[in-house]
Design a protein around this ligand. Structure first.
Ligand code: HMG
Ligand code: MG
Length: 313
């Protein structure tokens, strides 16, 4: 097996990790999380989404957060070597996002008709029509466009999803200008072969170099799925610090695979991520403490308890 020297980790915790929180998370806490991730070496992250606040109230502070990231009104002193991505569902979202200069926008479709309706209130084909002007305008403004496809390994409403559905949505997203495709297991029901089949379906239309994996860990399969994706040639992975996350329209689904666990696995395989695992674990613990919940990363829990033991002895 030929493994790469390095991979790209995209931490999605400020967006996917917090969008489903019941409690209010102040903008300042989100900003601290983002700074902690960047300080740990994260080079690409999903910071927020420009969706309807009626649908996802937790992302309702998108403009305040982007203002803070940009260093205050009228400034733009954020890190040049970091890619700041935001989710955008329609032209309204893009128009709001443009004022804050995202490096990349994410248009998010679904391989399942039922999930498309529940999540963005339209059919798959309607969503493509809605995304087309968004992708065109973003590209005209020099902003990268990533398309993410939900429910590629199973849907909370439809059950199994045929890989041909993944191929279809990949093709349509590429036709309207997506430059990269994310293959998401929204509810974490995927197992390695299922996930590889979804990836292979996307690979009918796009080079694996431009595909990322986005695996939720509901059934504890996400690390195995990450390895299965790596073995197919995937080199970019969405992960979430402390395993935070979930989608309000995919009830019962838990967070993404924990960034710390993925980094530990890659480093153990001799694959570079550019991330300082100690600092990352601290950032994950800080947000877990704020939310008042157990850290969802087994690696972070172990590292932090070891550190505590050392401090005591
Ligand atoms: P809709 O109700 O059909 O839209 O929602 P609408 O055009 O009829 O507008 C309804 C109201 O929302 C109007 O306000 C609009 O102005 C407003 P009103 O007139 O009633 O006061 N509105 C907006 N406000 C702010 N920003 C906007 C915006 N658009 C409309 N962009 C819509 C359609 C797509 C807007 C809605 O369904 C929505 O926001 N959905 C977002 C759902 C979401 O964010 N889900 C989580 C992210 S996806 C995910 O987690 C999966 C992923 O992680 C991969 C995986 O794991 O699968 C990416
Ligand atoms: Mg997700």
């Amino acid at each position: 097996m030929n493994y790469p020297d390095s991979v790209l980790i995209i931490d999605v915790s400020p967006r996917d990790g917090l969008q489903n929180e019941q409690q209010n998370v102040p903008t300042e806490i989100k900003h601290q999380l983002i700074n902690g991730l960047i300080d740990a070496g994260i080079k690409k992250l999903e910071v927020t989404s420009f969706v309807s606040p009626k649908w996802v109230p937790q992302m309702g502070d998108n403009t305040e957060l982007m203002t803070a990231i940009n260093g205050g009104v009228g400034h733009l002193n954020r890190r040049e070597d970091v890619c700041y991505s935001v989710l955008v569902p329609n032209m309204r979202g893009l128009e709001s996002a443009l004022d804050y200069h995202p490096d990349e926008i994410v248009i998010f479709g679904s391989a399942s008709e039922a999930f498309s309706q529940k999540n963005i209130n339209c059919s798959i084909d309607e969503s493509i029509e809605r995304f087309a002007p968004v992708a065109a305008e973003a590209k005209a403004q020099g902003i990268k466009v990533r398309g993410v496809i939900s429910c590629t390994a199973g849907c909370p409403y439809e059950g199994d999803i045929a890989p041909s559905q993944v191929a279809y949505v990949t093709k349509r997203l590429l036709e309207i200008g997506a430059e990269h495709i994310g293959i998401a297991d929204t509810i974490g029901v995927g197992t390695p072969i299922k996930v590889q089949n979804a990836l292979k379906a996307a690979m009918e239309y796009i080079d694996v170099a431009d595909i990322s994996g986005h695996f939720h860990d509901t059934y504890g399969q996400a690390l195995a799925n990450t390895l299965a994706a790596l073995q197919l040639g995937v080199r970019q992975f969405d992960t979430s610090v402390a395993g935070l996350g979930g989608c309000p329209y995919a009830k019962g689904a838990t967070g993404n695979v924990a960034t710390e666990d993925v980094v530990f696995m890659f480093h153990g395989m001799g694959i570079e991520t550019g991330i300082d695992l100690g600092k990352l674990a601290q950032a994950g613990q800080r947000i877990s403490d704020y939310l008042g919940r157990a850290n969802g990363s087994r690696v972070a829990r172990t590292l932090l308890s070891k550190k505590l033991d050392q401090a005591k002895s």
